[in-house]
Design a binder for this molecule. Structure first.
Ligand code: C5P
Length: 227
């Protein structure tokens, strides 16, 4: 069967990764969560003390970029690839609200984007890939055969993310999650390099009122037509 590239972009917490994983499993494709890569770089910066509440030492992070190795390993039990930072599994550590609070600043750095986009290109060179992020259909794979742009209201997205974090045992408030979602939307849409914009040829999916099953079926139909 012909293998294609499926690019899924959209605002934070729109459920991109959920549908991307479902689709990749169904089609036997590789799934790549590019947000996890930006989060892993952010975690590295936090661990090295390069970023904290009042200060972000951008030059030091750029200087240390060659020391940052991000990889993915498939977890059979979970059914998707988990992210590793310098060979350490950081899948859980990158999902905190603290990392979410800094990641969009890290993602504005051109040098960080260049490094990660280069790696993303390599991962998609044989096609058969579902990649989600903010710039996949516009910058990483403008030639992708299927491009989706996911949206939902900020309140609905924050509620979903809040429930996810509470389930994990995090102690946070819904208001803080909503604030973070709105801040990231703003920063991601307004940055100079590779801002979050809907590619002209992307199909917009507003999933505010769709169940996971309805969303999956709709997107699977689109994928089948594109293959
Ligand atoms: O997808 P997720 O919400 O985990 O992404 C975290 C952050 O990483 C985004 O808010 C954005 O700032 C950045 N990002 C990006 N480009 C991508 C993927 C994520 O700038 N392709």
């Amino acid at each position: 069967m012909n293998k294609i590239i499926i690019a899924i972009d959209g605002f934070s917490s729109t459920g991109k990764s959920t549908v991307a994983k479902q689709l990749a499993n169904y089609l036997g494709y590789i799934y790549v969560d590019t947000g996890a890569m930006y989060r892993a770089v952010t975690l590295y910066a936090m661990q090295k003390g390069l970023i904290n509440k009042d200060d972000f030492n951008k030059e030091a992070l750029i200087y240390q970029l060659p020391n940052i190795n991000i990889s993915f390993k498939f977890n059979e039990e979970k059914g998707f690839a988990e992210v590793y930072l310098n060979d350490k599994n950081v899948e859980k550590a990158i999902r905190t609200l603290e990392v979410s609070g800094f990641v969009s600043q890290v993602a504005t750095l051109l040098e960080v984007r260049q490094k990660l986009v280069e790696q993303q290109h390599k991962m998609g060179k044989d096609k058969g890939i579902v990649m989600d992020g903010r710039d996949i259909g516009t910058v990483v794979f403008p030639e992708a055969e299927l491009k989706l742009f996911m949206t939902a209201s900020a309140e609905i997205r924050a509620k979903r993310r809040y429930e996810e974090l509470i389930k994990r045992g995090d102690k946070i408030s819904y208001e803080d999650v909503l604030k973070n979602v709105k801040e990231r939307d703003f920063m991601d849409s307004n940055r100079k390099d590779s801002p979050l914009v809907k590619s002209k040829d992307a199909i917009e999916i507003d999933n505010s009122k769709l169940t996971l099953e309805e969303q999956f079926n709709k997107i699977l139909q689109l994928a089948k037509m594109a293959i």
